[in-house]
Design a protein around this ligand. Structure first.
Ligand SMILES: [Zn+2]
Length: 418
């Protein structure tokens, strides 16, 4: 199967170029990158004039709710929302039921995802058994589970996290970090209260030498701590999510769709997050996609569940708030949504060079529309951005050379046959 994506704007952070060009894809691999405007013969042609061609987006932080909470989201609906959002690889957090803390749970999720639309789903295992905060989960077992990630890196899980909770017992955290270091696993830290736990975890990184990634950073104070830690060479990375550089706490007004953990912060914090994205203190943008059913959200603010959806809207909000405003260049945005997440995971993705796996999104950044949850493929309609005017629509998402979003049903079936 030969696929030709013609004459779009290729944004490739790895080579730092933004240039009009085309890609030829054969048997799942990018075989040629062409800049001469020529149209080549192929089994399937995508006219990308006026569109961006970018390496498929990679999200290090999603909650797919399966197993256990399929009424909120399941692997199929979550992966459908991911493909529509331009995502080709996503990492799911372990706060499911059962918790992802054994090789069997990892294998079950991996199997379910492989039967799905093609989005590469990687598992993040729990730090402690049943996320109870006491006893280390079976990291070795989870690392040796055979998953789609094993095919990329030789390991079954892409990291460990207690997301949704913080490991409060420092001794347990040290033990976990020492073990993670031995297994070359990244620890994803859910830091709440944010600045206090960021401070503690930085100290533990210094002590253990373990690689640590801070989830959903939202506060100026924690950003300053991370900036200093990076200067001194600690192996840490950090993410934020679109709501933390778009919305501040004055906009909450008791709206449960603006309730998440960590909560929306002050205007000063929002500004600090944008600056940290620009100067690289915050390495990447993740979604913290946290879908909920209406019955958990349509409640008085105090009783409503924490979390907002993200996969359907993340690129659009980020592009509108960061690139349209001139805060980030197109290269910097795609770096933070694809190239750098790939580097953190240690996978050979996040670039459009010849020879790479054809994980690609074709995005119409001129397309303007209003965010409406009834357009979402996620089961969760709990967006913090309802009614926001944004730019950017994913025209095609391609994974290993197969069209998983865009075109007609028939185009996607043709692909499956090949
Ligand atoms: Zn989360």
């Amino acid at each position: 199967m030969k696929l030709f994506i013609g004459n779009g704007l290729i944004v490739d952070p790895l080579r730092s170029y933004v240039a009009s060009g085309s890609l030829m894809i054969e048997d799942g691999i990018i075989t040629e990158v062409l800049f001469d405007g020529e149209e080549k013969e192929a089994d399937f042609l995508i006219d990308a004039r006026g569109k961006w061609i970018v390496p498929g987006l990679i999200d290090l932080h999603v909650h797919l709710r399966e197993p256990g909470f399929e009424y909120k989201e399941d692997i199929d609906s979550g992966c459908a929302a991911a493909a529509k959002g331009g995502y080709t690889t996503i990492c799911c957090m372990p706060n499911t039921s059962p918790v992802i803390d054994t090789p069997d749970t990892v294998s079950d999720i991996d199997k379910r995802a492989r039967e799905g639309n093609g989005v590469q789903l990687l598992c993040i295992g729990a730090i402690t058994k049943d996320q109870a905060g006491n006893e280390m989960a079976d990291y070795k077992g989870m690392v040796s589970a055979q998953t789609v990630f094993t095919g990329m890196t030789g390991r079954g899980i892409c990291g460990i996290s207690e997301d949704g909770k913080t490991v409060m017992d420092e001794k347990v955290m040290i033990e976990a970090m020492n073990e993670a270091k031995k297994l070359r696993l990244t620890v994803f830290s859910h830091a709440e209260p944010e600045a206090d736990i960021v401070r503690r975890d930085l100290k533990l990184v210094e002590q253990t030498g373990c690689r640590l990634h801070f989830c959903h950073i939202s506060k100026k104070e924690s950003i300053e701590l991370i900036r200093e830690a990076k200067k001194s060479g600690l192996p840490v990375t950090a993410e934020t999510a679109p709501h933390y550089f778009t919305l501040d706490d004055s906009l909450v007004n008791g709206d449960p769709n603006k309730k998440m953990n960590p909560p929306l912060r002050t205007k000063e914090d929002v500004k600090a997050v944008a600056e940290a994205l620009k100067d690289g203190t915050i390495d990447i943008i993740a979604t913290d996609h946290a879908p909920h059913h209406e019955r958990d959200k349509k409640l008085p603010f105090e009783d409503a569940a924490n979390g907002v959806t993200g996969l359907d809207t993340s690129f659009q909000v980020s592009y509108t708030m960061l690139v349209k405003t001139g805060i980030l260049t197109p290269i910097e945005l795609i770096y933070k949504m694809s190239t750098k997440p790939a580097e953190i995971l240690g996978i050979d993705r996040g670039s459009l060079l010849a020879g790479k796996a054809a994980d690609i999104a074709v995005i119409d950044v001129e397309k303007q529309y209003e965010i409406n949850p009834s357009d979402f493929l996620s089961k969760g309609k709990n967006s913090a951005f309802i009614g926001m005017n944004v730019f950017g629509e994913t025209e095609y998402t391609i994974i290993n050379g197969n069209i998983v979003w865009g075109g007609t049903e028939n185009d996607r079936q043709i692909d499956e046959k090949n």
